[in-house]
Design a protein around this ligand. Structure first.
Ligand code: NDP
Length: 400
């Protein structure tokens, strides 16, 4: 019998809860907790009380509150689908109660837009000694992109040299400006300086200044901008033969123009200001006026294409492959009432949790996705709505 406790009841969580609910043979009992109880109750109504057995309110910034909740529910695994700020308190609570842990995004302090694994990797020994496991970044990117890389390294190459992860949302939600996942986290990510790995060191670029026009499968050519993304950090560590690793995301002109204006007037700042005698953070206020990403799902047209270009050596010859998934917003909406960005994150979170619960991916310590055998994860992607394809390319679409 297995019991899972999911924390967070936003766009991603709603997909994971629904997908877990369909697999009673793995997820016998599902519990859900979040800051706002009514969101958990709404999900329970949709999924049914027989599958989503209990809902709770919790402030996951507070490790003691999470410990109390874990002691009440006694889960085998905690799936953290709240925000990156809560990663460490939830990991502390898992450590105190000897409970396995999974998340989809690396820890980020609230007052600095800094994405790195150092904080969570520092728990490696403690988790190992407690005999529990943490699986970090089980979303799409990070997550599936790490698994694609491990799969390519295992089946297609003797050594991998160049990695380019590409993330295209070719969809249209009809809003002037909106983000597809939590606006605060999304805007912090895209407004930071670009960073990529080359010849053994990190190189920086000004935000959104390096552009390539890439042709995405079943979407077409889209302007793609170099960003830092957290999976680069773990992938260059675990695949030391990589000479270069970069991440690209597509943005339309309207999105970039809005972002430029919002940044220019200080609305994306994470530093508190005084407003009518109250301290507020402009980016948190901006989040409150932007559309809730979950609300974009109805009527969202088009699809995403997220994948990994890998160039390396096989039998003495250089070759390039592209592994990717296309996911259509409307199809996701029909299946689970969500848009594709929530879907492509929520499904891999369910798969990572399933592989931990059935002991396929299981060892004490703190791990990134590429440190496990990619084959069972790749098989489950095909079974649960995220089919993937491998293309052998004549040459890399990127200038060397
Ligand atoms: P949402 O903002 O839609 O949902 C976040 C949920 O967490 C909300 O229900 C929120 O509660 C809850 N929450 C926030 N703070 C706390 C707290 N202190 N205690 C308890 N609950 C809290 O975000 P998304 O669903 O879009 O994203 C969820 C996670 O997935 C994020 O970490 C995001 O970075 C990650 N992500 C990962 C991707 C990947 O590919 N790896 C892609 C997209 C997202 P409330 O409703 O009260 O605000």
């Amino acid at each position: 019998m297995s019991r899972v406790l999911i924390i967070g009841a936003g766009g991603v969580s709603s997909v994971t809860v629904k997908k877990c609910a369909r697999l009673p043979e793995i997820f016998d009992e599902i519990y859900l907790a979040s800051r706002t109880l009514s969101k958990c109750e709404a999900l329970q109504k949709e999924v049914g009380g027989d599958r989503l057995k209990g809902v709770f309110t919790v402030d996951a910034d507070n490790a003691d509150a999470v410990i109390e909740l874990i002691n009440k529910v006694k889960p085998d695994l905690v799936v953290n689908l709240a925000l990156p700020y809560q990663d460490l308190p939830i990991m502390d609570a898992c450590l105190a109660t000897k409970t396995d842990y999974l998340d989809t995004a690396n820890y980020e302090p609230k007052d600095v837009a800094k994405f790195e694994y150092s904080w969570q990797w520092a728990y490696q020994q403690k988790f190992h000694d407690a005999g529990i496991m943490a699986l970090l970044g089980s979303g799409f990117d990070p997550g599936v992109t790490n698994v694609y890389t491990a799969y390519a390294a295992k089946h297609y190459f003797d050594e991998i040299h160049y990695l380019d992860i590409v993330d295209c949302n070719g969809g249209d939600h009809g809003q002037a400006f909106a983000t597809n996942f939590n606006p605060e986290i999304n805007i912090r990510e895209v407004t930071q300086r670009g960073r990529f790995w080359e010849n053994g060191e990190w190189k920086e670029t000004d935000p959104l200044t390096v552009r390539e026009d890439l042709d995405y499968q079943n979407i077409g050519v889209r302007a793609s901008y170099l960003l830092f993304h957290e999976e680069l950090e773990s992938l260059v560590k675990h695949f030391p033969t990589l000479k270069r690793a970069r991440f690209w995301m597509t943005f339309g002109d309207a999105y970039l123009n809005h972002l430029k204006v919002l940044e220019g007037i200080g609305m994306t700042s994470i530093h508190p200001i005084d407003f009518q005698g109250q301290q507020i953070i402009p980016l948190e206020f901006l989040k409150a006026v932007l559309p809730n990403p979950g609300s974009l799902a109805e009527g969202y047209t088009g699809k995403t294409c997220i994948g990994t270009y890998i160039t390396g050596i096989k039998d003495g010859k250089e070759k390039t492959i592209f592994i990717y998934n296309n996911c259509e917003h409307a199809v996701c909406y029909e299946e689970v009432g969500a848009q594709a960005v929530s879907y492509t994150t929520g499904v891999p979170a369910m798969i990572g949790a399933a592989l931990m619960l059935n002991n396929t991916w299981k060892k004490p310590g703190v791990w990134n996705m590429e440190q496990f055998d990619p084959d069972p994860f790749m098989a489950m992607l095909k079974e649960h709505g995220l089919p993937w394809h491998v293309i052998e390319c004549e040459s890399s679409p990127f200038a060397k």
